[in-house]
Design a protein. Structure first.
Length: 150
């Protein structure tokens, strides 16, 4: 029985891995109006899919998107800026949820503490769902280079 269960779980995990995610991420820098710089994390969801907001009203439903940035002596990262999420009553979870459909861009303000080049390294853990199903949470790591300044 244990082998059958393990085999089934392995097959499901492999199918999900090879099917690809319905969410594609890109990571870049973006200039702020005040002269500062952001790390921009952009998620594009396939039609009908969505990811959840950074905070949710309750913790007994879907998992919120979690963005982390590794500490560095070269910079400080400010609070993450999130676009306004859609807020709806979800019949699958029987609760109010907040999510981002088609496209969402999260911004992390970066305050440079060094003129040397550095990378902002972090990860995004997210859960994506459509109106019928949810996929297991996925973690995507990122590294965004900042060149040296004069």
């Amino acid at each position: 029985m244990r082998r059958i269960l393990f085999s089934l779980l392995f097959t499901m995990a492999a199918a999900i891995a090879f099917a690809g995610s319905p969410v594609n991420w890109s990571f870049t820098t973006k200039e702020a109006a005040n002269g500062g710089t952001y790390v921009a994390l952009r998620a594009i969801c396939e039609e009908g899919w969505h990811i959840y907001a950074l905070t949710l009203p309750r913790d007994d439903g879907p998992l919120p998107t979690l963005i982390t940035v590794a500490a560095s002596p070269a910079f400080t990262a400010g609070p993450i800026l999130e676009p306004p999420p859609v807020e709806v009553e979800d019949p699958n979870f029987q609760m109010l949820v907040r999510y981002h459909g088609h496209e969402a861009e999260f911004l992390i303000p970066i305050e440079r503490l060094s003129k040397d080049a550095f990378d902002v390294v972090g990860s995004v853990e997210y859960m994506c769902c459509n109106d019928k199903t949810c996929l297991p949470p996925v973690t995507v790591e990122f590294s965004v280079p900042f060149p040296a300044t004069k």
